[in-house]
Design a protein around this ligand. Structure first.
Ligand SMILES: Nc1ncnc2c1ncn2[C@@H]1O[C@H](COP(=O)(O)OP(=O)(O)OP(=O)(O)O)[C@@H](O)[C@H]1O
Ligand SMILES: [Mg+2]
Length: 297
């Protein structure tokens, strides 16, 4: 079984990237063949997992998600090209994790549509773009299925064109969310946007993030969300594991270029590494249930 899981929320700065990177590293540390796809023009996941120099080199050599999606617009697209967009041994853990790969992003993706509006076919609308891409999406999905156990997609805080394209190969999505109104509203808006695409995607869960331990308001919101009524009607069931607000986690990622941790446990501090391990257990369990459910249908 292979799963493609998107980390997304229309609210920015809720720790989508930090959590997506930690989950990918955690899965890879356990030996699962894991691919991170960075779908954000900010390229944060690429920089955190490759460092600035290698991230910029991929951009210069046109080996990024932007370039892959461009190739996929070509009717003659051949999936044998796909591995050339993958950088292996990503992360600073142990000088790079054997089982972690990444397709990095490029700032150019922010102008994807403008860059190709005057392309061969002269197609212009979002729908035309998505249709062109759609012709080759099964080739992408079957290559992902053959090559990896888990694919994690890190998104910008928007339904940018590349997010809509990748949604077509996504099985389920996780919504990182701070326990405050602006963030859970971003989660509600997101579900509505995904619903409007007409694609049936599973909301795997809400990942409560940057939770302030001593903040009663945070605890109240997380509790209230369980009711699934009112403001919380479209907020997916929370994972039991919550990620606290702590400098250890932000330093582990933001300072990654200056550090060479020997293992996942030492990178995140054993206490927070354990949290991510528990989160990965929950994610794998929910994906397994999803797979069994699909099997029954
Ligand atoms: N658990 C945490 N505790 C403290 N700081 C955190 C935690 N998680 C993330 N941060 C910090 O919060 C900031 C935003 O995190 P991050 O970049 O992961 O958010 P994002 O949702 O991906 O943002 P964007 O919408 O811009 O993509 C970063 O500076 C990050 O280091
Ligand atoms: Mg991000």
């Amino acid at each position: 079984m292979m799963s493609v899981v998107m980390f997304t929320n229309l609210k920015g700065g809720v720790a989508k990237t930090t959590n997506a990177v930690a989950v990918a590293e955690c899965l890879a540390s356990r030996g699962h063949r894991t691919l991170m796809i960075d779908a954000d023009h900010q390229c944060t996941a690429s920089e955190l997992l490759l460092g600035e120099t290698e991230m910029l080199r991929a951009d210069k050599h046109r080996r990024t998600l932007h370039d892959l999606l461009k190739e996929m617009l070509d009717p003659e697209f051949n999936s044998a090209q796909l591995p050339t967009f993958v950088i292996e041994k990503a992360s600073n853990i142990g000088g790079g994790l054997e089982t972690l790969s990444i397709i990095p992003c490029s700032i150019r993706i922010d102008e994807f549509q403008t860059n190709y509006a005057k392309g061969k076919g002269g197609f212009k609308t979002n729908d035309e773009f998505l249709k062109m891409f759609g012709r080759n999406k099964n080739r992408l999905k079957s290559w992902l299925t053959r090559s990896f156990d888990y694919v994690i997609i890190d998104c910008p805080p928007s339904m940018a064109l590349q997010v809509q394209q990748l949604l077509a190969v996504t099985d389920a999505y996780i919504i990182p969310c701070q326990p405050n109104k602006l963030s859970y509203r971003g989660a509600s808006w997101l579900r509505e946007r995904i619903r409007r695409t007409g694609q049936k995607k599973v909301a795997l869960g809400t990942l409560w993030s940057m939770v302030r331990g001593a903040d009663r308001k945070h605890a109240e919101i997380i509790e209230a969300a369980k009711s699934k009524t009112g403001d919380f009607e479209f907020i997916p069931t929370g994972f039991k594991t919550q990620i606290p607000l702590t400098v250890s986690i932000s330093h582990a990622t933001e300072e990654s270029e200056n550090m060479q941790p020997s293992s996942f446990r030492t990178k995140y501090d054993p206490k927070f590494a354990k949290l991510y391990e528990e989160l990965c257990d929950e994610i794998m369990q929910r994906l397994k249930e999803l797979d069994e459910f699909k099997g029954e249908k």
